[in-house]
Design a protein around this ligand. Structure first.
Ligand SMILES: NC(=O)C1=CN([C@@H]2O[C@H](COP(=O)(O)OP(=O)(O)OC[C@H]3O[C@@H](n4cnc5c(N)ncnc54)[C@H](O)[C@@H]3O)[C@@H](O)[C@H]2O)C=CC1
Ligand SMILES: O=C([O-])CC(=O)C(=O)O
Length: 312
């Protein structure tokens, strides 16, 4: 049997792109091509070479290159988009919309040209609207254009819950729906510690504080870093999604999916529970929401629509 490694292109060699590339290689999910603009080609090459030189020590087999030439991405199975600008303290993710929309438009052209069969994961913010932009600009099927928010937001929620209860984070499950903004919807009712509902372990008041910290989790890191935004947990989240697709794992993960009637919404990319496998988003899971949760989700969707309305 012949085995051919998958090809994964990571667009953007900055904090999230480089960290993602390194994790992908360590997990041996495929060969990695890191792409940046011509001005950043040398640092991209330098990062790729530095990662390759870690391979003998860490013991992974993967080729990693840095480039500004999209020809090198040709025939990618998976393209991960981290290109664009990140926010600084005092900014909202939505402030990035027009700058990053331009970047998405140029990246989309290159993907159509060189990797027409790729599945695309989008990280660039504001991520719901940027995922929509990539969907529109590439014309790819909705199953193959997927945004990342829910894995990260849920990971933050699970981290804070594990710390609160002094329990292993492995035993904490829970997920966050909606847009990747301050009105995202952490679903407390569907969150558990070792199968025990959180509502029976943590007071309502304390849970509300943890939900609020989760909603502002990105800004908390932005304020601590001072000159950029989070990258370790975002990269880990992208790699969990990439792994589910490349290994056809059928993972149930919250991702940014295009809704056509699900949750009563249409024509919008929004975070919902999905099944991720070789076909990309193979299914959107519709869970039962109570009135309060429905209202919170539609408020979050309204915020995403407001950003989409700014798109040119
Ligand atoms: N959805 C999410 O959960 C998260 C989203 N983000 C977003 O991801 C994006 C990247 O963040 P960082 O990596 O920290 O930023 P960064 O500034 O470290 O890296 C961005 C890279 O993109 C490159 N770039 C710009 N235009 C390009 C183009 N046309 N083609 C190729 N490369 C291009 C830049 O030269 C730079 O190297 C930001 O928009 C940030 O807000 C970051 C963390 C989490
Ligand atoms: O907060 C930001 O700007 C980056 C991001 O999306 C996150 O870390 O959740």
């Amino acid at each position: 049997m012949t085995f051919k490694r998958k090809k994964i292109s990571v667009i953007g060699s900055g904090f999230t792109g480089a960290t993602t590339a390194f994790l992908l290689a360590q997990k041996q999910l495929g060969d990695v091509v890191i792409v940046d603009i011509p001005d950043m080609e040398k640092p991209a090459k330098g990062k790729a070479l530095d990662m390759m030189e870690a391979a003998p020590v860490l013991g992974f087999d993967a080729n990693i290159i840095g480039t500004a030439d999209y020809q090198d991405t040709s025939g990618s199975d998976l393209v991960i988009i981290t290109a664009g600008v990140a926010r600084k303290p005092g900014m909202s993710r939505d402030d990035l919309v027009l700058t990053n929309q331009k970047v998405m438009k140029s990246v989309a052209k290159e993907i159509i040209n060189y990797s027409p069969n790729a599945t695309i994961l989008v990280l660039t913010n504001p991520v719901d609207a940027m995922t929509y932009t990539i969907f529109k600009e590439t014309g790819f099927p909705k199953e193959r254009v997927i945004g990342q928010s829910g894995v990260l937001d849920s990971a933050r929620f699970r981290t804070f819950i594990a710390q609160e209860l002094n329990l292993s984070v492995k035993d904490i499950t829970g997920f966050v729906l909606g847009g990747h903004g301050d009105d995202m919807v952490p679903l407390v009712r569907y969150s558990f510690a070792g199968g025990v509902p959180l509502t029976s372990l943590i007071s309502k008041e304390r849970l509300e504080q943890i939900v609020e910290r989760t909603r502002k989790g990105g800004a908390e890191i932005v304020n601590l870093l001072g000159n950029g935004s989070a990258y370790y947990a975002p990269a880990a989240s992208l790699v969990e999604m990439a792994e589910a697709i490349i290994l056809d794992q059928k993972r149930v993960l919250p991702t940014i999916a295009y809704l056509e009637g699900e949750y009563g919404m249409n024509g919008i990319y929004l975070g919902v529970p999905t099944v991720l496998g070789a076909g990309g988003i193979e299914k959107i899971i519709e869970i039962e929401l109570n009135e309060q949760e429905k209202q919170a989700l539609s408020q979050s969707a309204a915020s995403v629509k407001a950003v989409m309305n700014v798109l040119t």
